[in-house]
Design a protein around this ligand. Structure first.
Ligand SMILES: Nc1ncnc2c1ncn2[C@@H]1O[C@H](COP(=O)(O)OP(=O)(O)O)[C@@H](O)[C@H]1O
Ligand SMILES: [Mg+2]
Length: 356
């Protein structure tokens, strides 16, 4: 079976995606997988063009992005389309796609839509699940609908933030009255904490709104909570299974980009040291959240656990979590008795099952 491993992509998580794909490619050459699967690497450059063959293999092996030609973005639409897709024989030979893409243009339903149009099987969540999982406002509405507890939040649009100077102060007044300080301001559709800021006063709120609006038309503001950060991994289609929990600790003020990707600046505890009833509740809520977005195959669900009160609040669901050597998703399954080769095998089989 030929697995089209799609990696890189046009998001801030391009580099992480290359490393995730490297780990998956390796796992597909181990044990029974070696005779079962053949990897067809397809790299999406930062400019959106697709590359297959030896260059894609080289990116995968080196773990490093290509130095690129920015001229591609100035091409006409038809030229861009033909240039972006690798030669058709590569496409035809793929039996199932594994889109190892994080963030916008990959984890958000866009690539999933392309595979639907092509009628080709793929690993992971479909169009709806991926796009609901990407947009923090839409995701929170889906969670609220089934009564999952979450922090207080409100949605703001770029046009409100960039509105005339008479309206902006009123917007900030409303946010202050509704949520108070400190609060978190986030672009609705990014990942890896990019564009996220914690605001503790009016000046910081104004700056954070301005910054978040530069990344996205949709912005979310949340009341800040003081809590432990606990995660649970999901594997399955109609009968999703929940893994043992993991906990992430870090020294920074919040789990920002530096803490996520600088070696040694965060620690992972697996299994998370939480009481059994909290563990059970989080596993149950993870499965509910996965179903609420119409998840498929894979997801990692992140929570805030307020130890003093025992309260558990859902933070977010990630439909294509990282797969690097230090990523929580594969580590939580490892601790649950499923090693990486077995995990990628199961994910591919779940993708095939879903398309059948
Ligand atoms: N409401 C909140 N209260 C406290 N900390 C928060 C809150 N929202 C986000 N954070 C911190 O910011 C980090 C990134 O936020 P998150 O919503 O998970 O964005 P991303 O999708 O980029 O991972 C969280 O892991 C947490 O450390
Ligand atoms: Mg997060």
């Amino acid at each position: 079976m030929r697995v089209g491993l799609l990696f890189g992509g046009c998001s801030g998580e391009h580099e992480v995606s290359i490393r995730s794909a490297g780990a998956i490619a390796k796992a597909l050459t181990i044990g029974d997988n070696a005779t079962k699967y053949e990897v067809v690497p397809v790299h999406i450059c930062k400019d959106g063009s697709w590359i297959s063959g030896p260059t894609a293999q080289q990116v995968l092996d080196s773990g490093q992005p290509l130095v690129e030609d920015a001229s591609a973005t100035t091409l006409a639409a038809s030229a861009r389309l033909s240039q972006r897709l690798p030669n058709l024989s590569d496409l035809d030979s793929v039996d199932i796609w594994f889109p190892v893409l994080h963030g916008p243009n990959g984890e958000d339903g866009t690539i999933q839509g392309l595979f639907e149009v092509l009628k080709m099987p793929y690993v992971g969540c479909g169009v709806l699940g991926s796009s609901l999982g990407m947009d923090k406002l839409a995701m929170k509405s889906a969670f609220a609908q089934i009564g999952l507890p979450q922090v207080k939040y409100c949605g703001v649009s770029r046009s409100q933030i960039y509105s005339n100077p008479c309206i902006f102060p009123k917007l900030c007044d409303d946010i202050e009255a509704e949520l108070g300080y400190p609060c978190f301001v986030k672009p609705a559709n990014l990942g890896s904490s990019v564009g996220i800021a914690k605001a503790s006063n009016r000046r910081e709120l104004e700056a954070a709104l301005d910054s978040a609006a530069s990344y996205d038309r949709r912005v979310i503001v949340e009341a800040a909570v003081v809590a432990r950060e606990v995660e649970c991994s999901i594997l399955g289609n109609d009968n999703p299974q929940a893994s043992v929990l993991g906990e992430t600790k870090f020294n920074s003020e919040f789990y920002d980009y530096e803490a996520k990707y600088t070696d040694g600046s965060s620690q992972h505890l697996i299994p998370a040291p939480v009481p059994d009833d909290v563990r059970d509740r989080i596993q149950e809520m993870s499965i509910q959240a996965f179903r609420a977005i119409d998840g498929a195959g894979i997801s990692r669900v992140d929570f805030f656990y307020v130890e003093e009160t025992g309260e558990v609040l859902i933070n977010e669901i990630n439909t294509m979590p990282g797969f690097t050597a230090t990523s929580m998703y594969p580590m939580m399954w490892q601790a649950s008795g499923i090693d990486l080769p077995d995990l990628v095998d199961q994910l591919i089989q779940l993708g095939l099952e879903r398309s059948a």
